[in-house]
Ligand binder design. Structure first.
Ligand code: 2AM
Length: 467
């Protein structure tokens, strides 16, 4: 009996994905570099599922039915290349490797073309939903060739999360489209997480609300327009008590945010492609500055920022602000995917991407239905903003967002994601930006030339005599 599929890398994501596949009735052969982990997994977590442990790459490959299909769930970076090199001598033309880690899309493109030369099929697949999603139904974003996808489509669709709009798996596009879309998913995730954190900061510092009270508000919001996974976990976090002290655990957690790189990558590529993903960058920087705890302590002592407290701010203002930030975060992300799809010839269908983000993944939210309607109305409307219904949505929320960010400013509370979202929006709404002065300055010191509004052509002025 040969196994239907193989899986390498039995850290939490790999274990749960293997169990998910096995629970759908497939036989899965598993391998991990450190044998101990494989043993432990099989002993402790595998019950009646058809999971076959392998203790060498050769054993793993030999246990698979042809064409072989192997999912890699190893650490992004060198480990993926190492595993591919180890596997290659045992693989045959037509076999398929699927990288389900958070690989950089450029690595995925490189591996795709290297493996194509060997006749090995390859998919770069974004997997979102954390360990819970991996076990009960993740959002899957596979990209590569259609031929490769068709070999595993049935399995992937079966293990993915399900919504009323179908399973959360689709062929995302050519080349590294899958990993690219997952990376942008994480950029949106950074932006929304930061926006929620900023709203929380205002609630505790300006409104003096307790964690429990904030939890109640978040719980209510999660039943309304902000219904989303990130809102859900935030209200659960707020009401979580530390066993030792009885205090809300969130109040005991050190305010130093870590990152693994996907938010940074999405910002880097936004810079490369010239897409104004303001709040992606702001959210990465917000994590960066949080890391400087000791410096911040010293500065706080030196400057003693003057917190205002008795401001006339309502919970409703914060809800509308956050809802606008969600909307604008998705807007920046879909714009970025659109530009990448053109530049890298991915052929991504953004409507499908929004559909598979509806379930299983970290940025799933009720708002995605509204965004899909807007995009359905006009496929050109990649920012969602160019639509009457979008304008109504934005106009209803904007006064609240302005009030909230003004209050944060006057209280010296940093709100980088909220501000960046608004700057993104305001920039797009503004017919005349001061870029005319930038152009004049560039031409002044570097003879970079400029265009004029009153006649065609390229111009340069001798702003100052050279000699
Ligand atoms: P390990 O249990 O042997 O450390 C997440 O780190 C997963 O990636 C783990 O399953 C880990 O295996 C695996 N991994 C990390 N680096 C690896 C490498 N260079 N080769 C193979 N697997 C690796």
């Amino acid at each position: 009996m040969k196994a239907d599929i193989g899986l390498i890398g039995l850290a939490v994501m790999g274990q749960n994905l293997a169990l998910n596949i096995a629970r759908k009735g497939y036989s899965v052969a598993v391998y991990n570099r450190t044998a101990e982990r494989t043993k432990k997994f099989v002993e402790e977590r595998v019950k009646s599922e058809k999971v076959l442990p392998a203790y060498s790459i050769k054993e793993l490959v030999n246990s698979l039915s042809r064409p072989r299909k192997i999912i890699l769930m190893v650490k992004a970076g060198q480990a993926v290349d190492d595993m591919i090199s180890e596997l290659l001598p045992y693989l045959e033309k037509g076999d398929l490797l699927i990288d389900g880690g958070n690989s950089h899309f450029a690595d995925t493109d490189r591996r795709l073309s290297e493996l194509a030369k060997e006749g090995i099929l390859y998919l770069g697949m974004g997997v979102s939903g954390g360990e819970y999603g991996a076990l009960h139904g993740p959002s899957l974003m596979p990209g590569g060739t259609r031929e490769a996808y068709s070999l595993v489509e049935k399995i992937l669709v079966e293990i993915a999360a399900k919504t009323e709009d179908g399973p959360c798996c689709t062929y995302v596009g050519d080349g590294s489209a899958g990993h690219f879309v997952k990376m942008v998913h994480n950029g949106i995730e950074y932006s929304i997480m930061q926006a929620i954190a900023e709203v929380y900061d205002i609630m505790r510092k300006v409104m003096k609300l307790s964690s429990e009270k904030i939890g109640e508000i978040f719980e209510r919001w999660n039943r309304e327009e902000l219904a989303s996974f990130l809102m859900e976990i935030s209200y659960k976090i707020m009401s979580w008590k530390d066993e030792e002290t009885g205090k809300p655990l969130v109040e005991l957690i050190l305010d130093k945010a870590e990152q693994k790189g996907t938010g940074k990558w999405s910002t880097q590529v936004a810079l490369d492609l010239g897409v104004p993903a303001f709040s992606f960058g702001a959210s990465v920087f917000a994590r960066a500055v949080s890391y400087y705890k000791e410096e911040r302590q010293k500065m706080a002592e030196l400057y003693k920022p003057n917190m205002k407290t008795a401001e006339n701010i309502a919970v409703e203002d914060l809800k509308k602000t956050l809802s606008l930030a969600y909307f604008l975060s998705y807007s920046q992300g879909v714009w970025l995917i659109h530009e990448a799809s053109k530049s890298f010839k991915y052929n991504v269908d953004s409507l499908e991407v929004l559909r598979i983000w509806k379930g299983g993944c970290i940025i799933r939210s009720k708002m995605l239905d509204f965004l899909r309607q807007l995009l359905k109305n006009s496929q050109e409307n990649i920012t969602f903003l160019n639509d009457e219904r979008a304008r109504n949505f934005v106009e209803e929320r904007l006064p609240h967002a302005i009030k909230v960010t003004n209050l944060a400013r006057s209280s010296m509370i940093p709100t980088p994601s909220l501000n960046a979202c608004l700057d993104y929006l305001f920039s797009l709404m503004t017919e005349n930006l001061p870029a005319n002065l930038i152009q004049a300055q560039r031409d002044f010191f570097g003879a970079h030339t400029f265009q004029r509004i009153d006649k065609p052509g390229t111009f340069h002025v001798e702003w100052q005599p050279l000699e």
